[in-house]
Design a binder for this molecule. Structure first.
Ligand code: HEC
Length: 134
């Protein structure tokens, strides 16, 4: 029941809801498991998604292009050159605390870089890697 509540929180209430990175990660893992029961969390898959040169967008080939090779480091927007705070919650306590914000940026950046929305499993694994705080 708790998992269901968190999924509802992530998928859609218009209210601004605070959550912890652990709760948001748990809801993506729950969704990934619901979609494919054999799903196993993978840091390696997350690291792969984070660093892979998709080459779908010429300007934005990889997540690491803006977020740098290490999630604990501050980044820079490859197009606008604006500073981006570190993605790792260990370096930036605001990260992964607002489910709507997390969804919005996953949608926008995956569409741009990967050429489609990321699956729940991809989001979960990406977060698992980023939360390691390397
Ligand atoms: C063109 C630059 C750029 C690229 C490439 C990029 N991002 Fe981002 N990302 C941003 C910006 C800008 C923000 C929002 C500003 C901020 O929160 O610092 C952001 C925020 C995020 C957030 C919000 C986290 C939170 O809780 O604050 C997530 C998740 C994220 N990006 C994931 C990804 C993933 C996954 C990829 C690759 C598929 C990716 N990003 C590629 C620029 C980029």
């Amino acid at each position: 029941m708790k998992g269901t509540a968190i999924i509802l929180l992530v998928l859609g209430t218009p209210l601004v809801q605070a959550a912890t990175p652990g709760e948001i990660l748990a809801s993506y893992r729950a969704e990934a498991t619901r979609v494919s029961p054999g799903y196993r969390p993978s840091v390696a898959q997350g690291a792969h998604l984070y660093g892979r040169q998709f080459g779908v967008s010429e300007k934005m080939p990889a997540c690491s292009g803006c977020h740098t090779a290490r999630p604990s480091q501050p980044g820079r927007h490859v197009v606008t050159d604006k500073a981006i705070k570190p993605l790792a919650p260990t370096a930036n306590a605001e990260r992964f605390t607002d489910p709507a914000k997390v969804e919005k940026w996953f949608r926008r950046n995956c569409t741009e870089v990967v050429g489609r929305e990321c699956s729940a499993a991809e989001k979960a694994d990406f977060m698992t890697f980023v939360m390691e705080g390397r």
